[in-house]
Design a protein around this ligand. Structure first.
Ligand SMILES: *Cc1c(COP(=O)(O)O)cnc(C)c1O
Length: 384
């Protein structure tokens, strides 16, 4: 255990409203999928301005079901970024499809549309862009490539709840958008996720797959007063969200703008404090976009700072500040090397970022004093 004044990376901000709502769920006895899940789905749909949503128990589940509902499987190739969390890749593998990596743009850290084009083969069926750190991918170019090659698009929006691109919300460009409410994400339900889809048939399929493959009316089984039979229409999964989780999500979603403004303020304080240091700070926000400020990542070049990334991680932790690494590039992991023969050097930008990156705390829970402590620790370590 860390000592008491350790600043935990990605600590969630939990307030009285969601605590009371969780307790109300428990007192009602309705713990599983029920009215609060339905309300959270409706609230999220209203927030995104798209009618079709399905709450599930993680973004990993959301990705898995979206890939299946998109009709992808054995023999199909799915192109995604080399700089992401392993769940993006694993969800593709679990569907039976073959993941294909594209490198990232070294500045935006998002998938490089030109490299997507280079990786397309006759077997390519879909693209899974990840809006890295909350910065939108170049969706104009990606949707053009998808249209030209008749590819499905499944957006990994785990970092991108508040993200917008040219006035349109992340998750509403592709056939599916997948969101995470894991403890460190911008909305927190402990574990949790959401699928948004453009077509009602697609969300119906996701809902069936999320609950054992039961016919869609099985969901209303939770609401109906009278007894109804259920029937299995395909072999599904157990990925549904509970009312206890939705109880948190409903109130977290209500506060999303307030938390976003706090994240933005911290982001700007960091930018101001660090822009004269010999480190790389995040690329400036692209015009006509909204960044979700999920991660604030700096790059450390050992030649400029006299300090390796890993020494910096250790020193920050020793200074009681929790830091993260998002992420070692996917080809750095032994499983993918052994299974797909991927080598980090073949995705040089993702490799370089993965070896140099450090994520600093940017939770709305941070006090002004916390932010100052982070700034002082970074400045002290880099300048000494
Ligand atoms: C967190 C994360 C996921 C997985 O989300 P879970 O809700 O934990 O399953 C997927 N992709 C990215 C990019 C993530 O950061």
């Amino acid at each position: 255990m860390h000592e008491k004044n350790f600043l935990v990376f990605g600590a969630p901000q939990i307030e009285e409203d969601e605590i009371a709502e969780v307790i109300a769920s428990m007192r009602s006895g309705w713990l599983g999928t029920g009215p609060k899940v339905a309300r959270f789905e409706a609230d999220f749909a209203a927030y995104k301005g798209i009618p079709f949503t399905a709450a599930v128990n993680s973004c990993t589940a959301a990705l898995h079901l979206s890939i299946l509902a998109a009709g992808l499987g054995r023999g199909d190739e799915v192109i995604t970024t080399a700089l992401t969390f392993c769940a993006t890749i694993n969800a593709i593998i679990h569907s039976g499809a073959t993941p294909v990596l594209a490198d990232v743009d070294p500045h935006t850290m998002n998938i490089d549309p030109e490299d997507i084009e280079r990786r397309i083969t006759p077997q390519t069926r879909a693209i899974v862009p990840v809006h890295f750190a909350g910065r939108p991918c170049d969706m104009n170019l990606i949707m053009k490539i998808a249209a030209r090659h008749r590819l499905k698009v499944i957006e990994d929006c785990a970092h991108a709840i508040e993200t917008e691109y040219q006035g349109r919300k992340a998750g509403t460009f592709g056939d599916f958008g997948c969101f995470s409410f894991y403890v460190t994400k911008n909305i927190v339900t402990g574990e949790g996720g959401m699928v948004v889809a453009r077509e009602s048939d697609d969300i119906a399929r996701v809902k069936t797959l999320a609950l054992h493959g039961l016919s869609q009316d099985a969901w209303s089984r939770f609401r109906d007063a009278e007894y109804t039979h259920y029937f299995v229409t395909e072999c599904g999964f157990k990925y549904n969200m509970m009312d206890i989780q939705a109880a948190m999500g409903i109130h977290q979603l209500k506060r999303i703008e307030k938390c976003w403004r706090r994240r933005e303020a911290i982001w700007q304080q960091y930018n101001q404090a660090f822009n004269t240091l010999p480190i790389t700070i995040p690329e400036s926000i692209a015009p006509h976009t909204r960044h979700a400020y999920h991660l604030y990542t700096i790059l450390l070049d050992a030649q400029k700072t006299d300090m390796s990334r890993d020494d910096f991680l250790r020193a920050m932790t020793a200074a009681n500040i929790g830091v993260g690494v998002h992420y070692f590039s996917i080809p750095e992991h032994p499983y993918y090397q052994e299974t797909y023969g991927w080598r980090p050097e073949d995705y040089p930008h993702a490799m370089q970022i993965g070896r140099q990156t450090v994520s600093l705390p940017i939770s709305p829970k941070l006090t002004d004093e916390d932010v100052n402590n982070v700034i002082q620790a970074v400045t002290h370590l880099i300048i000494q």
